[in-house]
Ligand binder design. Structure first.
Ligand code: SAM
Ligand code: SF4
Length: 321
C-alpha cells in the first residue's frame, strides 16, 4: 500500500501520455509560442508501463490516461491493453476532448478501457470554437455518442468562465441529464499558460444558478472523488470540482506521471522527480525509490488552497489536469 506522510492512501495514478493537443483551449494552452518536448525525451509505452507495473504492485487500482490530448498518441490502444492485461480489475479511464472518439471509442473499449471523461464547455458551436480555437462542436457531440454506444461509462467536464459560457450552466446540465451521464463543473484554475483575462465561476455561483430552476441536495462526499456531488429531485447527480477549497486536498489519493517520465506529487506543485533514465536502463529498484521519495514529499495542500490568486507555472496540458 502506498501511504504518504499525511496518512493518505495513494491508489490513483494519472498518466499524461502526450502534451500535444489538437485544440488550444483558452484555459489551458497559449496559441503560441510553442516548444514541444523533443520526441527523444518522451517515454515509449513499454517504458511508461515499467513504472505503471510498480505502482499497481504497490496498490494502485485506478489509472487515468490523459494529456494533452491522449488520443493523438499513436497506438494508444496498445497501452490500454498492456495495463488491462496486467490487472484487468484496475479502474482504467481516459480523459479526452472527444474529437477522435468517433474513430476510437469501440477499439479502446475492446482492449479494456472502462470509463471516459470528456470536456464539453458549451452547446453553442461558435462558443466552442472560441474556447478550443477550432471548429469542433459536431465532432465532440459525435464523440460523446460514440463513447456511450461503445459501452464506455461517460462523464462530462465543463470549465465555466465569466462572460464566455457561464450563461449555459442550466443548458449543459440538462444536456448531460438527457443523456443520463454525470456532468462536473471544474472551477477554472489560474495558470500561466491560460488566457490572462479569464475569470472562473465560484461553486456558490454555479449552485445559485441551478437552484433557480431545480431543488437539489448535497450528496455525502466520496473520498475517492475530487468532486462534490449534488442530487436533483429526480435522482440525477452533478458535481463541482473546486481545488481552491480547503478540504480538496484532504482526500487526495493521486500521483501524476508525465510523458517525459516526471512523477509529480501534486497538480499545483512544481516539485517532480524523473524516472526516465531508470526505466530506460531497466533499473526498476531505482524507479521504485523515486516513487517512495515522491510519496515522502507529497505536500499536504496545493497552493490554490492557500490563496485564490495563486497561479501555477505548471501547464495542465503537461500534467494532464
Ligand atoms: N485534452 C483532454 C481534455 O481536454 O479533456 C485531457 C487533458 S485536459 C488538460 C484535462 C482536464 O483539465 C480537462 O477536463 C480540462 O477541462 C481541464 N483543465 C485544463 N485547464 C484547466 C484550468 N485552467 N482549470 C480547470 N480545469 C482545466
Ligand atoms: Fe487540449 Fe485538453 Fe488542454 Fe483543451 S484542455 S487544450 S483539449 S489538453
Amino acid at each position: 500500500m502506498l501511504l504518504d506522510q499525511h496518512g493518505r492512501v495513494v491508489n490513483y495514478l494519472r498518466i499524461s501520455v502526450t502534451e500535444r493537443c489538437n485544440f488550444r483551449c483558452l484555459y489551458c494552452m497559449p496559441e503560441k509560442p510553442f516548444s514541444w518536448v523533443p520526441k527523444e525525451n518522451l517515454l515509449t509505452f513499454e517504458e511508461l508501463f515499467k513504472f505503471v507495473k510498480i505502482t499497481i504492485d504497490e496498490g494502485v487500482n485506478k489509472i487515468r490516461i490523459t494529456g494533452g490530448e491522449p488520443t493523438l498518441r499513436g497506438d494508444l490502444s496498445t497501452f490500454i491493453k498492456m495495463i488491462h492485461d496486467y490487472k484487468p480489475d484496475v479502474d482504467l479511464a481516459l480523459t479526452t476532448n472527444g474529437y477522435l472518439m468517433p474513430l476510437y471509442a469501440k477499439e479502446y473499449k475492446e482492449v479494456g478501457l472502462k470509463r471516459i471523461n470528456m470536456s464539453l464547455d458549451s452547446l453553442k458551436p461558435d462558443v466552442v470554437n472560441k474556447i478550443a480555437k477550432k471548429d469542433v462542436f459536431s465532432e465532440i457531440i459525435k464523440g460523446i455518442e460514440a463513447s456511450i454506444e461503445a459501452g464506455l461509462r461517460v462523464k462530462l467536464n465543463t470549465v465555466p468562465m465569466k462572460g464566455i459560457n457561464d450563461g449555459e450552466i442550466i443548458d449543459l446540465l440538462e444536456f448531460a441529464k438527457s443523456k443520463k451521464i454525470p456532468l462536473r463543473f471544474i472551477k477554472y484554475m489560474e495558470n500561466q499558460h491560460a488566457d490572462s483575462s479569464l475569470k472562473g465561476v465560484q461553486s456558490d455561483e454555479i449552485l445559485e444558478v441551478i437552484s433557480k430552476k431545480y431543488n437539489f441536495k448535497k450528496v455525502e462526499k466520496d473520498n475517492n472523488s475530487p468532486a462534490q456531488y449534488y442530487e436533483l429531485e429526480d435522482g440525477y447527480q452533478f458535481g463541482i470540482i473546486e481545488p481552491h477549497k480547503d478540504d480538496f486536498c484532504k482526500t487526495c489519493n493521486r500521483l501524476r506521471l508525465t510523458a517525459e517520465g516526471f512523477v509529480i506529487p501534486c497538480l499545483y506543485f512544481d516539485e517532480a522527480m524523473s524516472i526516465r533514465e531508470h526505466v530506460r536502463a531497466g533499473d526498476i529498484d531505482a524507479a521504485a525509490n523515486v516513487l517512495k521519495e515522491i510519496l515522502r514529499n507529497k505536500p499536504e495542500k496545493n497552493r490554490w488552497a492557500n490563496s485564490e490568486n495563486e497561479s501555477s507555472s505548471r501547464a495542465f496540458y503537461e500534467t494532464g489536469g
